[in-house]
Ligand binder design. Structure first.
Ligand code: FAS
Ligand code: PHB
Length: 389
């Protein structure tokens, strides 16, 4: 088999990159470990930055998002002082789109199908070869048959546990990591959302987030100790704890119901530098992980895709290899901006087990500045809606 760009991973990164490249007349093959149903069963991100919304429109995969997505011009924060709103429109002249990652992935699969794209599911033993040469290739097994895919370039879009990042020699990789001493217990329920916009809550019992997918589907999270297991939490126990952490007026009118998905996600910040090696380019979670507090994970994958797509298009259409050479530096500059914001939101909103009285006072002042200082709200709004590509 031969293609121009081999893409490892059929999640949002891989599919969006493949779609943009195919529309530009550049051939791809997407190699995905799981079945399509499995990929589409994942419940993850829910907030799209303006840049990602534009990219999905550029990819011709935005019709359902434009019809069913919910533009949000602000969000609420709840603290000991009370609940207040940060106005994205007033502070950053922008907004975000509330539309689930699952739906984004579904839309991208449908868009790729309409182009007749080559997406191979349930492939195993993927290995990358000769990535430093001018003729890299990928080997893999599908339906028990060994296959070889020759290509010009390889995009590692295979997430945090994929094979692409480890293909970069350990001596070349510089990995930065911060693991947080808590996790997020999340549920999805067919209930009316608690408010018209998201509520991020800092509470003495721990962080809580009230989010949504649409007017009939709510997504909630509470901070839990790393030792908790999802089976420790009945739906009733979850609702009771969530209500304790949200403002009383919100909790009093909250609609509860059975969870249709319930899981605990650990929180970490992680960056691999560089994000390229020879003709291998890392994209999305393969290169970096953020705590979901800043709603940046999926959105960072999108900006990586934008930079790599632009660079590959220049290489093929203009024989200009300069953008490819500068991909890692360009992507990392934006990655570290989102890394800092996600760390700041996580540090400001969660209760850390070893938190000192000093830490607590500083956290309260951070929240008070955000509550009362327009300049603090502008900084948060600009980061939340997405720094420029
Ligand atoms: P993905 O991990 O989505 O996709 C990688 C794909 O590669 C997968 O389909 C995988 O099966 C495949 N793959 C892996 N190894 C392979 C191999 N060897 N061969 C072939 N294929 C292989 N972000 C937010 O912004 N907000 C959130 O609330 C949020 N919640 C999250 C909750 C959880 C539990 C997790 C894990 C992540 C969450 N994220 C959230 C981050 C998430 O949305 C990611 O940023 C996003 O999925 C990144 O997309 P990809 O880079 O495509 O990686
Ligand atoms: C979600 O709706 O899943 C969501 C929204 C905002 C976040 C994290 C998760 O910061």
């Amino acid at each position: 088999m031969k293609t121009q760009v081999a893409i490892i991973g059929g999640g949002p990164s891989g599919l969006l990159l493949s779609q943009l490249l195919n529309l530009a007349g550049i051939s791809t093959v997407v190699l995905e470990r799981k079945s399509r149903d499995y990929v589409l069963s994942r419940i993850r991100a829910g907030v799209l930055e303006e840049g990602m919304v534009d990219l999905l429109r550029q990819a011709g995969a935005s019709a359902r998002m434009d019809a069913e997505g919910h533009p949000h011009e602000g969000c609420y924060l709840s603290t000991a002082e009370g609940m207040f709103r940060v106005d994205f429109k007033a502070r950053a002249n922008s907004e975000v789109m509330v539309y689930g990652q699952t739906e984004v992935t579904r839309d991208l699969y449908e868009a790729q199908d309409s182009l007749g794209a080559t997406i191979l599911h349930e492939v195993h033993d993927v290995e990358l070869h000769d990535v430093e040469s001018g003729a890299p290739y990928v080997t893999f097994v599908q339906d028990g048959k060994a296959q070889r895919l020759a290509c010009d370039y390889i995009a590692g879009c295979d997430g945090f546990h994929g094979v692409s990042r480890p293909t970069i020699p350990a001596a070349v990789r510089h990995e930065f990591e911060k693991v947080y001493p808590f996790g997020w217990l999340g549920i999805l329920s067919r209930t009316k959302p608690a408010a018209d916009e998201l509520i991020y809550a800092n509470h003495p019992r721990g962080f809580a987030l009230a989010s949504m997918r649409n007017e009939h589907l709510s997504r909630y999270y509470i901070q839990v100790p790393l030792t908790d297991k999802v089976e420790d939490w009945s739906d009733d126990a979850f609702w009771a704890e969530l209500k304790r952490r949200l403002p009383e007026t919100v909790a009093a009118q909250m609609e509860t119901g059975p969870s249709i998905e319930k899981s605990i996600a650990p929180l970490r910040s992680f960056v691999c530098e560089p994000m390229q090696f020879g003709r291998l380019f890392l994209v999305g979670d393969a290169a970096h992980i953020v705590p979901p507090t800043g709603a940046k994970g999926l959105n960072l994958a999108a900006s990586d895709v934008h930079y790599l797509f632009t660079a590959l298009k220049a290489a093929y259409q203009d024989k200009d290899l300069s953008l490819l050479a500068g991909y890692s530096d360009k992507a990392l500059a934006r990655v570290w901006g989102a890394m800092r914001f996600s760390w700041w939101m996580t540090t400001m909103l969660h209760r850390f087990p070893e938190q000192s009285a000093f830490d607590q006072k500083v956290q309260e002042n951070d929240l008070a500045q955000l509550h009362h200082l327009p300049s603090a709200q502008e900084t948060m709004a600009r980061n939340y809606v997405g720094l420029p590509y």
